[in-house]
Structure formats: structure tokens, C-alpha cells
Design a protein around this ligand. Structure first.
Ligand SMILES: C=C1C[C@]23C[C@H]1CC[C@H]2[C@@]12CCC[C@@](C)(C(=O)O1)[C@H]2[C@@H]3C(=O)O
Ligand SMILES: O=C(O)CCC(=O)C(=O)O
Ligand SMILES: [Fe+2]
Length: 338
């Protein structure tokens, strides 16, 4: 009966059929909800001659910033948005045909982090690692080409921009690409998020608070806001949709690589009563099996973190969630990895 209470929390609700929030999706309010933060996330123009120090400051202080003049064609972003709406508008049983497997990386379903929370989220997602062709064929047997072309082109553009931003971040710390040779073969994942209209947004959660495990994440949140970032562990600052801008989140692996100089930002997505919101997230990181450790030039002895691969780190996130960083910290954190 309770299909949404399946063990792995993978199957999203049939949101459209609901007129009130089910108990499974009702979250208790948290105290930080009542401390809105006055300052807002920096917007950095990539063509600004001062961009490098601005990026450093933003990564140290916030772990997040928005970029304009990033060079990704607006037309492509709009096309990607359109194809995202097209996918989520499909009938539920059709989307369920491409359900992500519990340990898989591609397909339709609830966010991976669902298992770490007692309540379920008001969202659905579609993940693509590499080409979406196989799934797109199942969704649109004769009309998948458009979806695939747009998603592949978007991945290509994001890859270029991510590489540029990593270089900028490293340069801001006095380093360069020579220090991260493994990044010539990056691993990435494109995630489409959908947040249906919600009958009771104040008690629902679109995407629960988390940090991304990537080196960095590039997010397009359309004109419907909903992304919030945690500041000083106590207040939620909205990230205001800015025309044509992309949001850059520093992920846990970048925090590790920078020996703690850059913050990985805790963020969440809230929902609303009026607009169906979508967002498009591109996670960028090292090849699965490459050990990431704090860059030597930034490191005292011993470095802050032990070497870890993205794959191993995802395992730690699955078992320890927001304590995963502590697990690999060198200063003798409480918990031990084994
Ligand atoms: C390549 C990645 C990045 C993952 C894990 C793995 C596959 C799925 C990604 C997401 C996508 C949705 C938010 C997130 C927090 C989640 O639940 O699954 C992301 C997570 C992470 O950044 O850790
Ligand atoms: O929808 C958003 O604004 C946030 C999405 C996000 O944080 C993610 O996909 O990891
Ligand atoms: Fe995220």
C-alpha cells in the first residue's frame, strides 16, 4: 500500500494527486528557519579583472557564489530547462519505468540522501551519468533525440565551465592545474530536480540540508527561487535567482583538497504553493578511484584530512552523512573509519 515508504525511499510520491501534506512528508520546523540572514551570496562577473580574489573570498567565507558572464549560451540553458519540464510532465508510470536502482547513478527517483532523514522530500529527480540515451529511449521511443542532444550539449558546456572555475579557484590559492593532473579525466553527473507545487510549503522540504560531495557543483535554479544556504550554522540565506547566472557550490572534495581553506556549503531547497520549480545540477569531481588529499603546498604537517576517493567518500556519506568529513579528519575526530 504505502509505496512511498519502501525501504530505500526511492520512489517519489504521486504529488499531483495530493491536496494535503501526508504525515510521511511533514517536517518539524527548525529553529534556524526563524533567523533569515541579511547578507546575500556574492555574484561574481567572470569577466571582472578582479574575479580571482573575489572567488577566493567567496569560497573561504561562503562556499558558494553566483557567476555571470560564464560563457554558457542562454539558449542552451533554456532548452535544457524545457527538456527538464518535458521529462517531469510525463505520466508517473512512465517515469517509474526508468527508476534508478538503489545503488545506481542514472535514472528517476528520490534524492539519494532521502535515506538519511526520517521524513520524505517534496521532490523527484532524474540523474544522468554520461549519455541518457538508454533511458530516454524508454521514455520516448521515437522522440528521444532532442532530449539527448540537449543534455549532452549541456554536459559539455558545464564540463568546460567547471574546469575553468577549478583553475580559477586553484590560482586564487597560488596553485595551478599541474597540482591536479588527475583532473584531465573528470567524473561528472547531471541531475534534474523537480519540486511540484506543494499544498503546505512551510511544513514540507524540497531537498533536505546537505553538502555536495563533489569538487564543485554548478546549479541553474531558473527564475523560481528556493535554494537556501546555511550561514554560521544558524541562519538560512536565500540565493536569489539572478538573470542568466549559475550558482557554484563548493563541495566536500574541494574542502578536502584545499586543506579546509574553502568551505563546502550546507544548502537546501524549499518549495512553494504556486510554482512548479525545477533545478539543474551538474556535479563535477575527480575520477572515482583517484585518492584526493589536501594539496601539499597548502598543508602543514599533518594535513587536515586523510586521502579518500570520491567512491569511498560516497560510502562514508551513506553511513555517516554529515559526519563524513569528521571521519577522515586527522585531528583524531571521535569516529574512526574502517
Ligand atoms: C555524483 C554524485 C553526487 C551525489 C552523489 C552521487 C550521485 C547523486 C548525487 C546527488 C544528487 C542530488 C543531491 C545529492 C546530495 C544526492 O542525494 O544525490 C547529490 C550527491 C552528492 O553530492 O553527494
Ligand atoms: O534545487 C536546488 O536549488 C538545489 C539542488 C541541490 O542542492 C542538489 O541537487 O544537490
Ligand atoms: Fe546540493
Amino acid at each position: 500500500m504505502n509505496i512511498h515508504l519502501s525501504s530505500h525511499h526511492l520512489i517519489p510520491l504521486d504529488f499531483k494527486s495530493l491536496v494535503s501534506l501526508p504525515n510521511s512528508h511533514t517536517w518539524a520546523p527548525s529553529s534556524s528557519d526563524h533567523h533569515p540572514f541579511p547578507d546575500s551570496v556574492p555574484v561574481i562577473d567572470l569577466s571582472d579583472p578582479n574575479a580571482t580574489p573575489l572567488v577566493r573570498r567567496a569560497c573561504e567565507k561562503w562556499g558558494v557564489f553566483q557567476v555571470t558572464n560564464h560563457g554558457v549560451p542562454m539558449n542552451l540553458i533554456k532548452q535544457t530547462q524545457l527538456q527538464t519540464h518535458r521529462l517531469f510532465a510525463l505520466p508517473r508510470d512512465q517515469k517509474l519505468r526508468v527508476l534508478r536502482s538503489p545503488d545506481g547513478f542514472s535514472g528517476y527517483g528520490s534524492a539519494r540522501i532521502s535515506d538519511n532523514f526520517p521524513k520524505l522530500m517534496w521532490s523527484e529527480g532524474f540523474s544522468m551519468m554520461g549519455s541518457p540515451l538508454e533511458h530516454a529511449r524508454q521514455l520516448w521511443p521515437r522522440h528521444h533525440a532532442n532530449f539527448c542532444n540537449v543534455m549532452e550539449e549541456y554536459q559539455k558546456e558545464m564540463k568546460g565551465l567547471a574546469a575553468k572555475l577549478i583553475e580559477l579557484m586553484l590560482r586564487s590559492l597560488g596553485l595551478n592545474n599541474e597540482d591536479v593532473k588527475w583532473l584531465t579525466h573528470p567524473q561528472s553527473l547531471l541531475q534534474l530536480n523537480s519540486y511540484p507545487v506543494c499544498p503546505d510549503p512551510t511544513r514540507a522540504m524540497g531537498l533536505a540540508p546537505h553538502t555536495d560531495s563533489s569538487l564543485l557543483t554548478l546549479l541553474y535554479q531558473t527564475t523560481t527561487g528556493g535554494l537556501q544556504v546555511l550561514v554560521d550554522g544558524v541562519s538560512w540565506a536565500p540565493v536569489y535567482p539572478t538573470a542568466g547566472a549559475l550558482v557554484v557550490n563548493v563541495g566536500d572534495l574541494m574542502h578536502i583538497l584545499s586543506n579546509g581553506c574553502f568551505k563546502s556549503v550546507v544548502h537546501r531547497a524549499i518549495v512553494n504553493k504556486v510554482h512548479h520549480r525545477i533545478s539543474i545540477a551538474y556535479f563535477y569531481g575527480p575520477p572515482w578511484d583517484v585518492k584526493i588529499s589536501p594539496l601539499m603546498k597548502l598543508t602543514d604537517h599533518p594535513p587536515l584530512y586523510q586521502p579518500v576517493t570520491w567512491k569511498e567518500y560516497l560510502g562514508y556519506k551513506a553511513t555517516h552523512f554529515n559526519k563524513a568529513l569528521e571521519l577522515i579528519r586527522n585531528d583524531g575526530g571521535e569516529i574512526q573509519a574502517n
